[in-house]
Write a protein that binds this ligand. Structure first.
Ligand code: OSB
Ligand code: MG
Length: 371
């Protein structure tokens, strides 16, 4: 059942975050996101580009993704005749990098294909290992330590299974020590978003005593070998995020001993095809994975839920309820968690939620259809 895409509609939407989100590379108060709608045979599939507003997490940002989609990805997708959604990523491989832009379209085609088959997306990608995905939260750098403690308390009360706190030089050892002292038994981890170098090894080793589940991406975004050196010096498992853009990177990182856990992000991998391959490489090597997030709208969030039903997503991820980010989400119902700190999968065809078209129009910055 070949897929012939007839039109690609790109929508740039802007939504204020309920609370600012701060990482070692900067603070976000408002999200600019691209939604990709692919049309074929009277049906449409939806994807989200997860790039940030600035090229600080990786090289992409909203504007670069808009241009890539408009001038390369959408025209190529319209020219292609795909036997299946799995063929989309290989067709885009000639474009170097820009995985998030590619991933927005690729995920939309998977959604379309699932809808055409009348299947939920989680089933269509080969997931379904669990009916509820385990959820943690990612808590950014706060203005004060009291703010951080209050946030952690709120999220634990909501049932979330693990707390991830962002760290950076100056907001690390002392803060983690206090958090650990206040919450001795919780599943706790730290994410540095590449804020350190090997010269900080002693500082990072000082975190060992707080029994973190893992430390995420302490070193440079493109540096696997230094992570291997650091892992050899740490008891705390290293989890790689930014470094892992492909199954090949995952294999190399594991072989070198650069990490013991991998965070898989749909956009960073360029869509479901490569995300699944990263998952498979890790599973074969006995390396557990979890699903990361990029402050997604309901569309990207729902795709993440589907991804996290693959069998090796055994650790609580960063996919959490819409209400933590948005006063109103663009999907109905919003993504919600159970009191157990899980998100239940939905059985509707495709990504499982209904789009709120009125609200999408209300938050739309621009829209363009490529034919
Ligand atoms: O490193 O995981 C990250 C958000 C933006 C950019 C990078 C990261 C994050 C998060 C938030 O940690 C995850 C989420 O809640 O969506
Ligand atoms: Mg991270």
């Amino acid at each position: 059942m070949a897929i012939r895409i007839e039109r690609v509609t790109m929508r740039h939407i802007r939504m204020p975050l309920v609370h600012f989100f701060e990482t070692s590379f900067g603070r976000t108060t408002e999200r600019d996101m691209l939604l990709v709608e692919v049309h074929a045979e009277g049906l449409s599939g939806w994807g989200e580009v997860t790039a940030g507003e600035n090229p600080f997490y990786n090289e992409e940002w909203t504007e670069s993704a808009w241009l890539l989609l408009r001038d390369y990805i959408a025209p190529w997708a319209l020219r292609g005749d795909f036997a299946a959604a799995a063929e989309v990523a290989p067709a885009l491989a000639r474009i170097r990098g820009h995985n998030m832009a590619k991933g927005g379209l690729e995920a939309a085609v998977w959604d379309l294909e699932a809808r055409r088959l009348g299947r939920p997306l989680w089933q269509h990608i080969g997931g379904g290992a669990r009916r509820e995905i385990p959820c943690g939260v990612s808590i950014g750098v706060q203005n004060t330590f009291a703010d951080l403690l209050r946030k952690i308390e709120t999220e634990l009360a909501a049932g979330y299974q693990r707390i991830k706190m962002k760290i950076k030089p100056g907001w690390d050892i002392d803060v983690v020590r206090e958090v650990r002292r206040t919450f001795p038994g919780i599943a706790l981890m730290a994410d540095a978003n590449s804020a350190y170098t090997l010269a900080d090894s002693d500082r990072l080793r000082a975190l060992d005593e707080f029994h973190l589940m893992m430390i995420e991406q302490p070193l440079a975004h493109d540096e696997i070998i230094d992570h291997a050196k650091l892992q050899a010096a740490l008891e705390t498992p290293i989890c790689l995020d930014e470094c892992i853009r492909s199954a090949h990177h995952a294999g190399q990182a594991i072989e070198l001993g650069a990490c013991k856990i991998i965070n898989i992000k749909l956009g960073r991998a360029g869509g479901f095809g490569e995300a699944k391959r990263i998952h498979d490489v890790c599973q074969a090597a006995g390396v557990p994975v979890w699903c990361g997030g990029m402050l997604e709208s309901g569309v990207g969030r729902a795709h993440n839920v589907a991804l996290a039903t693959l069998p090796n997503f055994v650790l609580p991820g960063d996919v959490s309820a819409s209400r933590r980010y948005w006063a109103r989400d663009i999907v109905v119902p919003p993504v919600e968690t159970t009191p157990r700190g899980t998100i239940a999968v939905r059985d509707e065809p495709g990504f499982g939620y209904t789009l709120d078209h009125d609200y999408i129009r209300a938050v739309r910055v621009r829209e363009e259809t490529v034919t």
